[in-house]
Design a protein around this ligand. Structure first.
Ligand SMILES: Nc1ncnc2c1ncn2[C@@H]1O[C@H](COP(=O)(O)OP(=O)(O)OP(=O)(O)O)[C@@H](O)[C@H]1O
Length: 259
């Protein structure tokens, strides 16, 4: 089930360094939202706070609120592992477990969450997830072969299958195509378009054409200079951000004048 995310007054720190400052944003369910902006402006840092993934970095912490359909992900007693089962993540480099079979890779997140199921239920979930990631036809005859035997683009779709197997509400993607060739990139972009029928999708991308192609809304982040915090500068419909932005810095960035 797709859910909305509301972020209120969010600051993110690495130790004493404030990497992201004062973000307020509402992300709609069943939509694709792109985060764009120059290197170091905090896109990945902010993305990771949406499922508490930053907590694996020592010294990283947030102030503010992140609400998933109104529930605060940072409220006392909330288990970050449970948060990550509702809000999945796909990374820049495809990271299937290399020695695990394709089938076991799909089931890895489900097993991590301690869910037990019969072999026939597991088989059905593997097929459903691989179909959902547009990978089924390419791998159905080699489900017991290692995930590392797939091409980069197939491995990334396997990681998406692994993410959707746990039936999340939200899928976060941190530059999911940056390690892929153009054909595999198009396959992932097509898949993102399909995923939004069922999920809230948030994608960090350096590729402006990709943001324009896949997203409904775009958030532009920027930094005033090295050592300064990143800020959300403008957030609007993607067509507005690319064709008629309010802020001069947004226009300069999307027209390729910096970044
Ligand atoms: N693990 C970390 N420890 C300390 N500082 C970090 C860490 N990760 C990122 N930073 C700093 O936080 C700031 C934001 O980095 P982040 O990677 O979120 O930016 P980004 O916009 O995603 O950049 P890029 O587009 O290059 O990936 C940068 O100044 C970066 O050096």
């Amino acid at each position: 089930m797709s859910k909305r995310i509301d972020v209120k007054d969010l600051n993110v720190y690495y130790g004493n360094f404030r990497a992201v400052e004062g973000v307020n944003i509402s992300i709609e369910p069943k939509s694709v939202t792109a985060f764009i902006g120059p290197s170091g402006c905090g896109k990945s840092t902010f993305l990771r706070t949406l499922n508490r993934m930053h907590e694996v970095i020592p010294g990283a912490r947030v102030e503010g609120e992140v609400l998933l359909d109104g529930d605060d992900l940072y409220a006392p007693g909330v288990d970050p592992v449970a948060v990550r089962s509702h809000i999945g993540m796909v990374f820049q480099r495809p990271n299937p477990f290399p020695t695990m079979s394709i089938r076991d890779n799909v089931l890895a997140g489900v097993k991590l969450n301690g869910r037990r199921m019969s072999k026939s239920d597991a088989d059905a979930l593997v097929e459903q997830s691989l179909r959902g990631a547009n990978l089924w036809n390419e791998v159905k005859d080699r489900l017991n072969k290692p995930g590392s035997g797939l091409s980069g683009g197939q491995q990334q779709r396997l990681c998406i299958a692994r993410a959707i197997a746990v039936k999340p509400d939200v899928i976060l993607m941190d530059e999911p195509c940056s390690a892929l060739d153009p054909i595999s990139t198009l396959a992932i972009e097509d898949l993102i378009e399909e995923l939004k029928e069922n999920y809230t999708v948030v994608i960090v991308t350096h590729n402006m054409q990709q943001a324009a192609r896949v997203s409904d809304k775009t958030a532009f982040f920027n930094i005033a200079g090295t050592g300064k915090p990143g800020k959300l500068i403008e957030y609007a419909d993607t067509t507005t951000i690319f064709n008629n932005p309010t802020e001069k810095s947004t226009e300069d960035y999307v027209s390729g004048r910096f970044g």
